[in-house]
Design a protein. Structure first.
Length: 140
């Protein structure tokens, strides 16, 4: 499979039902020093591989498009299914009130219905996570 085919997994439209996109979540940080970022990256990757029974976020999104009958069913599945790593989903339905951003960790979620934009960071920022779109705090 090539990159254009994979993009179809990360963003999709189910005509008459809903549309969704997947965004990269912030990186879990166990350390604060910028030089230790590679260690956090490696530990996060090892944690994903150690969770064999949990679904990767991109595969869950694909499953939702294949099996969910409507916005409500898609939202419930995206919010409740245990995942192998954190992710941010943007989901919209066909009715005016059907829209949300679902910020997922492996076992929990925060869902927003008003601020429905996502930029690779939690809203608001959470301790222990480093957003991809922002620079690390400078050390004094």
């Amino acid at each position: 499979m090539t990159w254009p085919g994979y993009v179809g997994v990360l963003t999709a439209l189910a005509p008459g039902r809903f549309a969704s996109a997947l965004n990269q979540a912030p990186m879990r940080r166990r350390t604060e020093h910028p030089w230790l970022r590679p260690c956090d990256f490696a530990l996060n990757a090892a944690r994903v591989w150690s969770r064999d029974a949990r679904m990767p976020p991109d595969q869950l999104l694909r499953l939702v498009f294949e099996t969910s009958a409507d916005f409500a069913a898609a939202r419930e599945t995206l919010q409740r299914t245990p995942l192998s790593r954190a992710v941010i989903y943007t989901l919209v339905g066909c009715a005016p009130h059907e829209r949300c951003v679902i910020e997922r960790t492996e076992d929990a979620f925060v869902s927003r219905e008003d601020d429905t934009a996502a930029a690779n960071d939690w809203v608001p920022n959470r301790p222990g996570w480093e957003g991809i779109a922002r620079s690390p705090k400078p050390r004094a």
